[in-house]
Design a binder for this molecule. Sequence first.
Ligand code: FE2
Ligand code: FE2
Length: 333
Amino acid sequence: MNSKVNSTINSTINSKTETQENSYIEQAKPAPNVYIDSGLSLLNVEEGHRIQGMVRGAAKKHLGNRFSLNAGLPLWPSSFFNLDKAQVFVNAKTCDKEEVVRLCSQGLVEESLIIEKCGMAFCAKMSALADSIDERMFYNLMSAEEAIHYHQISQFLPDGGAGVSPNPFHLLLARLIENGDRDSLVFIIQVVLEGWGISHYKVLADSCTDPQFCFELREILKDESRHHGVGVIFSKQRGLNELSRDFVVEVMVEFLQMVQLGPQAVVNAVEVVLGQLSREHKIELFQQLDGEKESAASLQTLRSLMLQNGGEAIVQRLDIHHSFTPYSAENCL
Ligand SMILES: [Fe+2]
Ligand SMILES: [Fe+2]
């Protein structure tokens, strides 16, 4: 081998080693981050404020005739919540049954409303952290879509959802958006939660009794599929460094625990209308609502989403925490 070839090989090896070292240094650095207020406590402006006209005009451009709907609750039948299998519900008066189903519907719509509200903050943060014009354009367009989803969903709630208060899942989501680094957020929000949101919204649309809300859900689904798809691309391209992976595991343990705990909102609605249940009756209710089976299915969907999108190491660590095993009815109390 002549010396020219030798020096070319050496310089290639050296530059490769340097690149590997540089990429290692790059990997060890925390992923980009910036603090943003998630806006959970933000309120609407007063009725008649001039900015409302501007927002409405922009929303009408997207929604046309669907801008203003004549909507109301409930949106799903009692069987959707498995209430027909629960003795305490079957034995209740018709007016109480209606109220339980209305509250369960309201809870689902409120949950989506606050998720869309958090979605706007998420996109604002991701736009600020973008490292290309195309990435910034994508997150700004996504932000507009989340704002439209917020408007679409708010129409189905009393008072446009003005008095809705966040549940523990929303508080976790808000904390995550405020503090999470860019790469962790792409993985948790776009890959896992929006991926899960696609199947969740599809189930909601398939069983919805109101054709208007069903249509809106299917429109939202199209956007969510795109949000998830772009998340998958960025996640594969950038991966997760050690710090981000630790953060993802920490957040997912807490989030999965909420899924492991079963249909708490349905049990809560039953108690609000029919009065507090004894421990024994509450366990019976959880069992009759098929909570363990439903949670197992959701946990499996979430596990698959992580496994299919480069989250094998994360799933391994979550398995150690038994995060994909639903709690028994006794442990849901
Ligand atoms: Fe959305
Ligand atoms: Fe989305």
